[in-house]
Design a protein around this ligand. Structure first.
Ligand code: AMP
Ligand code: ZN
Length: 519
């Protein structure tokens, strides 16, 4: 969960898309604009064979202290460790800043220490400056990470600062590059990490190495073939629906560093809305048993009891219950409860602007439960299902508007590439009903060919593996961070690749070319 990002005025999608869908400018010419930062720039050599890149990653932007060790090797990756400790904010019913800071401060040291024990053992002949020696529990040398990745923003300043300072300490101590990344960029790139861990790890096919298991994500069974050159999926350009506790954004990503925000929420994020709906709808006895403040997950479990086991291979059959709206007119029709008479009006039903609005829906839900505190279970369940349906169809409506604009702008622009994948990431993307609604709506409205790519639940909610991956992709694109970088509370992803005046990922200070000096 994150604090909300700044509000940006957004024109209709079509103007943005015409520019955004044209073929990408090569990374080399873009990088040149940043060479003034250094006397010794070293832009990416695209002809070089991929190298193994071992990343230790830290994420502390909100209430989770997360540490991971991942390794990228061309189109293949493995997660050696992906751990997190979530601060206990239950008695506050939401994120309480001091509690989260205390928890980060208490936990980060031990988490990093456990990460050191997950580093792969060093080769016997390895350079002594690139290994870490341990005496306990038995003498062993391990590979030192090649890069330290950390979330720089957006998020809560003090929280980000704890992770960033720890990351700088490791970077200085080991003399390895720091890569301070954008949290939402990491969410958007996560399906590429998933595609890479689904590839065989090259050492298994070619070097006979072993793979340790992640604590949060099972490794895919590795077919025996070399995946060094396998292209990552999804390829650019792709669309991303980023749905979390602090953000609701529809993005068009045309490269690692170039993203356009096509639609975003100007008030409550969808995760925040679902959390509020859960607190209004769930019977107090269930709320009291909550293990954490992921109330949105509890709302899903209450609405569809069969979905509680995320590991089941048989998805809950929503089909018997859910019929996608065949036309816009169907999705903007108010829902009237056949048994109880109350109604819910879909968000922004009269408008077509590229905005998400969830505050009205949570207000309607709270008003209904306040009016009838003795509401029984079946009625509460109906309310939970309908509130989620309307929220998810609202998300789908802006995806459909964007796809309409894309097909008209690509028809006009020679050489423009159409996205073939919709990434759905962020905590709310673990909601199975959301995935079902998006797929069903896209199929019903002429977009059966658009793939929907959702990471597994452990990689949807905040985690450090995604930070390690985003850092590795940035590093391989030729970028690292200055030791002077500070946390950034609000940081829009909307911007051009070159950065200068263009905002976005590269529009902040502190990016250095790999190999460049840090003054
Ligand atoms: P994030 O900000 O990415 O860490 O995501 C946290 C948000 O995701 C919170 O608002 C949670 O309630 C929400 N969330 C997590 N799991 C689910 C789920 N299964 N259904 C709906 N919302 C969820
Ligand atoms: Zn997040």
């Amino acid at each position: 969960m994150m604090t909300a990002m700044g509000i940006m005025r957004r024109p209709a999608a079509s103007g943005l898309l015409q520019k955004a869908l044209l073929p990408s400018v090569s990374g080399h010419s873009r990088h040149r604009s940043h060479r003034s930062l250094s006397t010794n720039s070293n832009p990416k050599d695209t002809t070089a064979r991929p190298k193994r890149l071992l990343a230790l990653a830290i994420e502390t932007s909100c209430d989770d202290t997360c540490v991971a060790v991942i390794e990228k090797y061309g189109g293949s990756a493995r997660i050696l460790l992906n751990t997190k400790i979530t601060s206990d904010n239950r008695k506050f019913g939401g994120v309480e800043p001091i509690t989260t800071i205390e928890s980060h401060t208490a936990e980060i040291g031990h988490l990093v220490e456990s990460a050191l024990r997950s580093l792969p053992e060093a080769d016997p002949g390895a350079d002594r400056t690139e290994v870490l020696s341990f005496r306990e529990p038995h003498p062993v040398t391990r590979r030192q990470p090649d890069i330290i990745c950390v979330t720089r923003g957006p998020g809560m300043m003090a929280n980000l600062g704890i992770g960033l300072t720890m990351a700088k300490g490791l970077s200085v101590a080991w003399q390895v590059p720091l890569v301070a990344v954008h949290h939402m960029q990491a969410h958007a790139l996560t399906p590429r990490l998933v595609s890479a861990i689904n590839q065989p790890w090259p050492s298994e096919a070619t070097e006979g190495g072993t793979t340790k298991e992640s604590t949060l994500l099972p490794q895919a069974a590795a077919p025996a073939r070399n995946a060094l050159d396998t292209p990552l999926q999804p390829a650019f350009p792709f669309l991303s629906l980023l749905v979390s506790g602090g953000h609701t954004q529809l993005l068009l990503s045309r490269s690692i560093t170039s993203h356009s925000i096509l639609a975003e929420s100007h008030n409550a994020a969808i995760g925040d809305m679902l959390d509020k709906c859960a607190r209004a709808i769930l019977p107090p006895s269930l709320l009291d048993q909550a293990q954490d403040i992921m109330y949105g997950a509890q709302l899903e479990a209450f609405a569809f009891p069969g979905t509680q086991d995320q590991t089941t291979t048989t998805p809950y059959d929503y089909g018997y219950w859910y019929t996608p709206p065949a036309r816009r007119a169907d999705e903007i029709r108010p829902y009237v409860s056949p048994t109880h008479g109350w109604s819910l009006t879909p968000p922004l039903s009269e408008r077509r602007d590229m905005t998400f609005d969830f505050s009205g829906l949570s207000g309607q839900v709270r008003a209904l439960t306040q009016k009838n505190p003795a509401m029984g279970y079946p009625e509460r369940r109906e309310l939970a299902r309908q509130a989620m349906r309307l929220a998810f169809e609202h998300l789908a409506s802006r995806v459909l508007f964007a796809l309409d604009s894309i097909s008209s702008s690509t028809a006009k622009e020679e050489g423009a590439t159409t996205p073939t994948t919709l990434v759905v990431a962020g905590g709310v993307a673990s909601n199975r009903f959301l995935r079902h609604v998006l797929r069903a709506v896209l199929d019903a409205r002429g977009h059966a060919g658009l793939a929907v790519s959702c990471p597994p639940a452990a990689l949807c909610t905040d985690n450090a593996a995604m930070i390690g991956w985003a850092g590795a992709e940035m590093y391989e694109a030729g970028w690292r961070s200055s030791l002077r970088v500070r946390p950034i509370r609000k940081w829009s992803m909307d911007g051009e690749e070159g950065g200068d005046g263009g905002g976005g990922i590269m529009g902040v200070d502190g990016w250095l070319p790999v190999g460049g000096e840090d003054r």
